[in-house]
Design a protein around this ligand. Sequence first.
Ligand code: FAD
Length: 106
Amino acid sequence: PPDVAALGRSSWTLLHSIAATFPEAPSRAQQGDLVSFVQLFSRLYPCWVCADDFQGYIAREPPRAASRDDFGRWLCGAHNDVNRKLGKPVFDCDKWQERWVTGPKD
Ligand code: FAD
């Protein structure tokens, strides 16, 4: 079985990196591709309890992909939902770009 923590870290890196490189002004097709990707990802994620809860989150909070920041904040909320469940600190979503796009100011 997969190492759930290692799988999680690398998956969040992939997902936040996709957010970081998503266009600031995506086309309709790009928005649709990203939402489809997230939905398929949630069905194929190889940790079944994780996948179930992630699908639940998607049902409560439909993925948003109107812009890079829109998706980055949606994803930050999804990650915080897991952080809460695991008792990890909640991340300040105003800082998602600093963590994943621009890097720390200093
Ligand atoms: P991670 O949570 O992997 O975070 C990596 C880095 O991302 C952090 O160091 C921080 O710099 C940054 N970060 C943290 N929060 C945010 C945020 N909100 N927005 C942006 N950046 C942030 N594990 C389980 O045990 N049970 C589950 O049900 C479960 N469900 C998961 C569902 C999904 C979709 C994914 C991708 C992972 C899931 N995991 C689950 C794994 C879990 O979220 C962690 O990846 C794992 O516990 C390792 O945690 P970590 O402390 O190394 O940091």
